[in-house]
Write a protein that binds this ligand. Structure first.
Ligand SMILES: *Cc1c(COP(=O)(O)O)cnc(C)c1O
Length: 370
């Protein structure tokens, strides 16, 4: 039996009765947009992530767009960010009319290297946009100090890191805003698209709430050119059911990760590094191996799924050629893109499945290292 990289259906199957009755209540209520489930979720998710406010939107991508716009980022502004992330991070910067300015990553945690941020700041810089990649919080305290020193906004893409902690605090406690995605395979996934902006700033919260609803400030009165980006009640109801299992699911991911760490400790590959004072939620368990493509192919032959996040950094993508970067500009991001491989770590992975993954990885890595 082949082992998949993710299995979002397993959670739905396990919670079918609860989820069906939550959906049924929404259908009965006849309230489908910005109703009681969205309001409740906007209290419950910030409580988990330790922010004051939550603004539910249509997707994790929209969450970044709305957060940046609410933070006042727009045409002519530069945003310092990472080239080693899902495309949505950069796309959102472009959608609000600003320009991504990349700095390289730290090769240990794959997150924006705070040591490189200051040299990228210019008179046009308006914000810093780190990503909590693979489920590990970026160096937010350092980034907060830099943002404060230069008067910049700090918005973090936390799409992969709901439940992660840094220096004893949830990801929502840092910066001006943090964004989440409820894409089905994320640590907390809906049965469709969804996202949220987290913030501690009442003014930013007010702007984000207005922006997600066409920029309105009253019935048919508009203060901004906004977006149509609301989370719907059915998704909110499903997310509320699933939210009570998030801690257990994240703990199961951690246990799977701990098992792999132990099983691979003597192998010639780079294991994930958790930085001091971080609780890693293992959205991905990502190893590095120079012959990555061969390893991936052999694992597939043995029925073990794996995936590359991400095979190419954003500064060499066609769509972003206009930014003027070239191959060689961000050597750590480029090297990571050639070497990273994520293994199945989802919470429903059984003990025998993870043994099968570990055995296959051991065998293939040893053969490829001879
Ligand atoms: C998933 C993801 C997004 C986008 O979320 P969607 O809900 O798919 O729009 C943004 N950034 C990162 C890092 C992601 O992993």
């Amino acid at each position: 039996m082949a082992i998949p990289m993710a299995n979002p259906k397993a959670q739905i199957d396990a919670l079918k009765t609860e989820i069906a009755s939550a959906i049924e209540s929404v259908l009965e209520s006849g309230q489908f947009i910005l109703g009681p489930n969205v309001s409740a979720l906007e209290e419950e998710i910030p409580a988990v992530c330790e922010s004051r406010f939550g603004i539910a939107v249509n997707s994790g991508t929209d969450a970044i767009v709305v957060a940046l716009a609410a933070a006042g980022v727009g045409p002519g502004d530069e945003v310092v960010t990472t080239p080693f992330t899902f495309v949505a991070t950069t796309e959102a910067i472009m959608i609000v009319g600003a320009k991504p300015v990349y700095v390289d990553i730290d090769p240990l945690d794959y997150n924006l290297d705070p040591n490189l941020v200051e040299q990228a700041i210019t008179e046009r810089t308006k914000a810093i946009l780190p990503v909590h990649l693979y489920g590990q919080c970026a160096q937010m305290e350092r980034l907060e100090q830099i943002a404060k020193k230069y008067g910049l906004m700090l918005v973090a893409d936390g799409a992969q890191a709901i439940g992660a902690r840094h220096k004893g605090k949830g990801i929502g406690a840092f910066g001006d805003a943090t964004t989440l995605s409820f894409y089905p395979t994320k640590n907390l996934g809906a049965c469709g698209d969804g996202g949220m902006v987290l913030t501690n700033d009442p003014n930013l919260c007010e702007r984000a709430k207005s922006l997600r609803f066409h920029g309105q400030d009253g019935a048919y009165s508009y203060q901004y050119v906004g977006y149509c980006s609301r989370l719907d009640e059915i998704q909110a109801a499903i997310l509320r059911v699933k939210l009570s299992y998030l801690d257990a699911w994240n703990a199961a991911r951690s246990a799977n990760a701990a098992y792999y760490m132990e099983a691979f400790q003597d192998l010639p590959l780079q294991l994930p590094v958790t930085k001091a004072d971080n609780y890693h939620t293992y959205h991905q368990f990502t190893i590095r191996f120079p012959k990555r493509d061969e390893l991936k192919a052999r694992l597939a032959e043995m029925g073990v799924g794996s995936a590359v996040f991400y095979p190419s950094p954003l500064h060499v993508q066609k769509a972003y050629a206009r930014l003027g970067y070239k191959e060689g500009d961000f050597p750590e991001a480029e090297k990571a893109a050639r070497e990273v491989l994520s293994l199945p770590v989802f919470p429903e992975l059984t003990t025998s499945q993870r043994e099968q993954v570990a055995e296959a990885v051991r065998k293939c890595v040893q053969e490829l290292s001879d």
